[in-house]
Design a protein around this ligand. Sequence first.
Ligand SMILES: Cc1cc2nc3c(=O)[nH]c(=O)nc-3n(C[C@H](O)[C@H](O)[C@H](O)COP(=O)(O)OP(=O)(O)OC[C@H]3O[C@@H](n4cnc5c(N)ncnc54)[C@H](O)[C@@H]3O)c2cc1C
Ligand code: FES
Ligand code: FES
Length: 492
Amino acid sequence: MDVKPLRFIRRGELVTLHGVPPDRTLLDLLREDLACTGTKEGCGEGDCGACTVVVAEPASAESDALRYRAINSCIRLAHSIDGMALWTVEDLAAADGRLHPAQEAMVACHGSQCGFCTPGFVMSLFGMYQDHVAKGEAITHDMAREALSGNLCRCTGYRPILDAACQMGQQPVVRVDEAALAAQLRELAGAPGTAYLAPTALPELLSLRAAHPGAQVVAGCTDVGLWVTKQHRRFAQVLDVTRVAELRALKDEGPYLSIGAAVSLADAFTALVARRPQLAAFASRFAGLPVRNSGTLGGNVANGSPIGDSMPLMIALGAQVVLASVRGERALPLEDFYLGYRKTQLAPDEVVARLEVPHPSAGEFLRAYKVSKRYDDDISAVCLAVKLQIEDGRVTRARIGAGGVAATPARATQAEAALTGQPWTQASAHAAGAALQAQFSPISDMRASDGYRRQLLANLMERLWLESQGLDTINLERPAAARALLSEEGLA
Ligand SMILES: Cc1cc2nc3c(=O)[nH]c(=O)nc-3n(C[C@H](O)[C@H](O)[C@H](O)COP(=O)(O)OP(=O)(O)OC[C@H]3O[C@@H](n4cnc5c(N)ncnc54)[C@H](O)[C@@H]3O)c2cc1C
Ligand code: FES
Ligand code: FES
């Protein structure tokens, strides 16, 4: 199979690389092929942030502005950055050696000791710099904490690094010439190869999917990347869905918010939170920013992990998944998409095209909870999302999605039945908790025991009840945000 040359812009120059295998990771390309060893390898699985680099592409087809993303290069396939601009830690200082404000602030705040994590932190800071400081926005500790949640440091401690993030803006602004770079990037469209297939339109994607059933479908590669780095799996042919315009679309369409399968988790959650602000804390608990920048909602749904976080929420929201193939489209309620442990209804010639999420309704009470061992960047032990329609003190409709308690993400039909038509009282919440425990038989694993998971189901229903009563001990994760939300809902 022929591999198209990989082309990207670095330090304002076009880089053209021939013969890069379709399953080569970006980190291996940088460190082993290009000898750019400033970018570090720690975990090789998207967990530590040592390998963080920043990529950018034009914000839209016509725009001169660029969209920047800090990503984990260890689990990203090199060809996925074809046609983009790339910055590694070697690319930030000026030609005369002057440090970039992201680097200067780390020095000034004593943000580095052994230094192993520092290139990754600096790149996450650079991503923040481009997104905020370069646009005249100040960075707060909260913003920094969220943007740096994918970077681990074992010796310095985070306070000086968070201070560095907030202080980057105190130095003279360093700007990227975005118009010039956007013009360069637009010239990069090249002839397609056959080893790394990256179609740009849905009909083309569907034909390729039908013609190459053996090609590994890849979106953000935050799951598939680990198959390469940890399981040493090789892919002779890759079908990348992230360039397909229809799959990148995010728009209101009639009664739905339509989220294309290749929309990043970061953008999907931004849109969901804009419509349902109570999801902000939950959204920030999904991995860390570099994973949310690469990973997609479609990939999370297609992967079908029983401990995936978006699916319980999507099930509670009543979302439909739309599957597409050369034979046409079909839409399913998301809970019907899952057949068994990592088994879905996806046929060999189909792709996930989009998720259709109903808009909020008046009187909706929604909460989504994730319980994991670590607050940031961890996988759920249990995830529970509950949407209640409460009218005159009575639950008229209930939809509940649960993760971590069955072989698939599941709809909690028994708890929904226990609630529907009942007055919304603590007793009803307890009955729903008992129904959750009756329906699910979770397993014990390294994340949690079966007993703990079952207890959580009841406890989370109790928490939901307390939150519905406006108690301000509620969302211990973000008390200030929770209070603001409750006052918006007229509960505090
Ligand atoms: C450090 C780290 C933290 C994580 N934290 C979380 C977390 O908190 N919660 C959570 O739920 N997950 C988490 N994940 C898992 C992962 O990020 C998500 O599952 C993500 O949504 C996968 O999306 P992707 O685009 O990267 O999928 P990929 O890795 O590209 O693909 C995943 C699977 O979906 C298939 N696929 C992708 N797109 C399509 C499509 N359009 N049609 C058909 N098939 C498709 C692929 O073939 C593959 O089988 C984490 C991963 C890492 C590395
Ligand atoms: S090396 Fe740890 S996130 Fe990439
Ligand atoms: S400075 Fe040593 S790990 Fe962060």
